[in-house]
Design a protein around this ligand. Structure first.
Ligand code: PDD
Length: 259
């Protein structure tokens, strides 16, 4: 459940205590999940830009500026005295910001990769970060039942678009491929990874990834605010090389980017 895990949260710019929180229905609200590292929101500008874009696409008005939201995050960090974690900023009728429960992958998962499932589901307005409880609910249920780390969404044409809360990348030889921008959430991490790859001279392409192509890839990984870059060891019955050189090089480069 989306509930503040620390004492204070922000409601329309005001600091409130946890017991005043009303877990209202979020369906249709726009949101961001921002990672806090040593008291600083990571990639804040990119998140704020996407927050406005989502509101625009979803036809919602956010009556607070990026500077306001940035100040609320500072208040939230200072008052809770919590300097690392994930913060949810959401806007439906009210603007709320609070620390949420998160699970970062373990060292072992970064080393050995994680297994992902496949779920036939499509997000409406892929470019907007909007609560869609049906897709998320089905994904969470499958993740819980099968013990997957993530499920990859498959559209009506049989193409993998993205994870339920992450983006996906596929490696074939020296090529890095990711599904087309218009079909996915433009992940802040995805964008950083594309930059990192280009810095390394790696060729990045956007292409449809039909399920039939899966056995043809050397490696696969997912990206997102919590996992950063996480190797995928298996999708369905197809195994992938989690030690792939290009993948490991990118993971190192990404760590340098966020230092
Ligand atoms: N989800 N695709 C979807 C559908 C997502 O919900 C997310 C993020 C991503 C990755 O975006 P980013 O790199 O900006 O985190 C891709 C957040 C973390 C969530 O809903 O919890």
């Amino acid at each position: 459940a989306l509930y503040p895990i620390h004492k204070f949260f922000i409601l329309n710019g005001e600091l409130k205590t946890n017991d005043e929180f009303k877990p209202a229905e979020n369906e249709g609200g726009v949101y961001e999940v921002i990672r806090i590292v040593d008291g600083k929101p990571l990639f804040l500008e990119e998140h704020l830009a996407r927050f406005s874009r989502s509101a625009e696409i979803a036809g919602r008005e956010i009556r607070y500026s990026g500077t306001d939201v940035s100040n609320y995050l500072q208040d939230l960090i200072r008052e809770n005295k919590v300097y690392n974690g994930n913060v949810l900023v959401s806007c439906k009728v009210n603007l709320k910001a609070f620390f949420i429960a998160h699970s970062y992958p373990t060292k072992e998962q970064y080393r050995s990769g994680v297994e992902c499932g496949l779920l036939h589901a499509e997000r409406e307005n892929p470019n907007a970060k909007v609560f869609q409880t049906t897709v998320r609910g089905r994904a969470n249920q499958m993740i819980a039942e099968k013990g997957y780390y993530e499920v990859l969404l498959v559209d009506h044409n049989g193409n993998i678009t993205e994870g339920s809360r992450s983006n996906a990348f596929f490696i074939k030889g020296s090529q890095l491929i990711t599904p087309p921008s218009e079909k996915v959430l433009l992940g802040v991490t995805r964008q950083k990874v594309i930059h990192c790859a280009r810095d390394l001279g790696i060729d990045v392409k956007e292409e449809e990834i039909s399920l039939t192509r899966l056995p043809g890839f050397n490696a696969v990984f997912i990206t997102g605010t919590s996992p950063n870059i996480l190797p995928v060891s298996k999708i369905g019955i197809t195994d992938f090389d989690v030690q792939n050189t290009l993948l490991r090089k990118l993971m190192k480069q990404f760590d340098l980017c966020i230092e």
